[in-house]
Design a protein around this ligand. Structure first.
Ligand SMILES: Nc1nc2c(ncn2[C@@H]2O[C@H](COP(=O)(O)OP(=O)(O)O)[C@@H](O)[C@H]2O)c(=O)[nH]1
Ligand SMILES: [Mg+2]
Length: 270
């Protein structure tokens, strides 16, 4: 299986890809507070550690958001990073708005093709920053809201269950029940605390998803595990807008080779 995948990989990389999308770049803006897991997601999606393009020679005085992040060996997926609107920071908010407006007037490859808005899972409700962004955003790029570190929320729920219910955490059967109860509570927190309120905003995201254990190495060739839903909803929202963009995303990402093959082959059969 793996050898066949490798052959297909080479074939697609060397031929089809160059025919279909030579030199085209997929561009994402990732918004979220420092430490919420943005870089970890990007590294999985882009297939390597993220570095600023142009490195040290980059012009001074240009805001961080303008700097292009790419993974080693993959120039096709370019990311921009915003630290989010901590405490409702108006300045960063304006910088993001201006960046998006400016990019919309630029040539195809310079535009932002998707926005991943990251929020770390916690017991806190959505903040002023999110309320503002999802009330006012009117750009072209689809926005996916991502609740990060869902595993931590699940752990917290598990502790809650252990403390409040009459279970013995050392008993295997009880352990299964604790986990089942904790999953239900965590899922409800996700839906009622994040998904429903965000989807009820005046300018709701295309989708609200959660990701867990993105930082855990799976050792699996198909690395997409924790990010499968992110890949799926991103592809789906892009496809609604512009089929070519969804192909571009599928071939620029490095988290799932299956998705890459499937979408690249779909362009051949058009
Ligand atoms: N528990 C947990 N930790 C994560 C997850 N994703 C990232 N982290 C950790 O959170 C920390 C900050 O992640 P990073 O990607 O650098 O955040 P950034 O500042 O938003 O770019 C790192 O120590 C990561 O290993 C996750 O899904 N679950
Ligand atoms: Mg980072």
């Amino acid at each position: 299986m793996s050898a066949r995948l490798d052959r297909l990989d080479k074939l697609l990389n060397n031929q089809i890809f160059q025919l279909q999308a030579d030199n085209r770049v997929f561009r994402a803006l990732v918004i979220g507070k420092t430490g919420c897991g943005k870089t970890t997601i990007l590294e999985k999606i882009c297939g390597g550690s993220m570095k600023y393009k142009g490195g040290e020679t980059f012009k001074r005085g240009i805001h961080e958001i303008e700097r292009e992040l790419v993974a080693d060996g993959n120039n096709r997926f370019v990311a921009h990073d915003s630290q989010g609107f901590e405490g409702g920071s108006t300045r960063e908010y304006q910088i993001v708005q201006e960046f998006l407006r400016k990019r919309e007037r630029m040539p195809r490859d310079e535009r932002v093709h998707v926005i991943w808005y990251c929020l770390q899972a916690s017991s806190r409700p959505i903040q002023v920053a999110e309320q503002r962004f999802f009330s006012e955003y009117s750009g072209q790029a689809p926005v996916i809201a991502i609740l990060t570190k869902f595993d931590i929320l699940l752990d917290e729920c598990q502790q809650e269950v252990e403390e409040t219910m009459d279970f013995d955490a050392d008993d295997e059967e009880d352990e299964d029940q604790i986990l089942a109860a904790a999953s239900i509570i965590a899922e409800r927190k996700f839906q009622e605390g994040y998904r429903d309120p965000l989807m009820a905003m005046p300018r709701p995201p295309s989708a609200v998803i959660r990701v867990a254990n993105v930082n855990v190495e799976s050792g699996d060739r198909e690395k997409s595990g924790p990010l499968r839903e992110l890949l799926d909803v991103t592809l789906e929202s892009l496809q609604k807008q512009d089929f070519g963009l969804s192909i571009l995303f599928a071939s620029a990402q490095r988290a799932s080779s299956f998705i890459r093959y499937f979408w690249e082959l779909s362009i051949l059969s058009q």
